[in-house]
Design a binder for this molecule. Structure first.
Ligand SMILES: [Ca+2]
Length: 223
C-alpha cells in the first residue's frame, strides 16, 4: 500500500514537471528528418531547420512563425503567419500546404509546463513581437500600458484586464475553454484573442487581476 502511494506521487510529480516539447519535421504527419525543440528559438537556422518544416509533433502550447524573431509583416512587404499548436498530449499536426517550408521561429506560450495558470501579452497582432508573462495580479503596468495587440490564457483561471491602473476603468474578463485529451478528460485550458476584437478603449491594458471580476466576459470559442 505504501509503495503504491509512493509510486502514485512520483507519477504525479513527473506529470506536473513535464516540460513542453515539439519536434519539427521535413515531411507531413511527423515524417522525414526532425529536430527537437524545448526552448524559444528565434532563428531556426541555428538548428539547421529554417524553412524546411511541414509538420510538428509534441505537446504543450506553441507558437510557430513564418518570420524570424516571432515577427509579423503584412502586405506589401510580405504576408506572415502564426500557427498555434495546442496539444494536451502528444500528437502530430501537419501544417497547411500553403505554410510548408516557411517556418523560421518557434516559442512556447506562458511558462512552458503543464499546471501553471498564465496570462501572456504580446506586443504584436497574431501573438508576435515581445511578450510579458503573468502568473499573478499586477496593479500598474506604468510605461508598458497600451503595448498589447494580442493575448493568450493558459490554465484554468480566467483573467480580468483593466484599462486603468489599480483595477479601475473599463474592464473585461477573459475565460479560457477546455481542450480535451483523447480519453475525454480535460487536458488543458486555452484561450487566445486579438485586442482588436475585444473593444477595449484605446486597446489599453494598465492592470490585470487573476480571476473574473468584470461583467463583460469573453469566453474563448464562444464569443
Ligand atoms: Ca520564413
Amino acid at each position: 500500500m505504501n509503495n503504491f502511494i509512493l509510486v502514485s506521487l512520483l507519477l504525479v510529480g513527473v506529470a506536473v514537471a513535464d516540460p513542453w516539447h515539439v519536434s519539427l519535421h521535413t515531411l507531413v504527419e511527423g515524417g522525414g528528418a526532425w529536430t527537437n525543440i524545448t526552448e524559444f528559438v528565434h532563428d531556426l537556422s541555428s538548428t539547421g531547420f529554417d524553412e524546411v518544416t511541414k509538420s510538428v509533433c509534441g505537446h504543450g502550447v506553441w507558437l510557430m512563425y513564418s518570420n524570424k524573431d516571432y515577427a509579423r509583416s503584412s502586405w506589401p512587404f510580405a504576408d506572415s503567419w502564426t500557427e498555434e499548436f495546442v496539444a494536451p498530449e502528444y500528437k502530430c499536426h501537419s501544417l497547411p500546404s500553403t505554410r510548408h517550408n516557411q517556418m523560421s521561429s518557434v516559442r512556447y506560450v506562458g511558462s512552458g509546463v503543464f499546471g501553471d495558470e498564465v496570462l501572456t501579452l504580446y506586443s504584436g497582432q497574431e501573438y508576435t513581437g515581445g511578450e510579458d508573462v503573468f502568473i499573478r495580479n499586477d496593479d500598474n503596468f506604468g510605461v508598458f500600458s497600451n503595448t498589447t495587440d494580442s493575448l493568450i490564457v493558459v490554465g484554468e483561471s480566467p483573467w480580468t484586464v483593466y484599462s486603468n491602473n489599480y483595477y479601475q476603468g473599463p474592464s473585461i474578463c477573459l475565460t479560457p475553454s477546455p481542450v480535451y485529451s483523447s480519453n475525454g478528460d480535460i487536458g488543458l485550458y486555452y484561450g487566445s484573442w486579438e485586442m482588436a476584437e475585444l473593444s477595449v478603449p484605446n486597446n489599453a491594458i494598465a492592470s490585470i487581476k487573476k480571476g473574473c471580476n468584470s461583467e463583460k466576459v469573453f469566453t474563448y470559442g464562444r464569443n
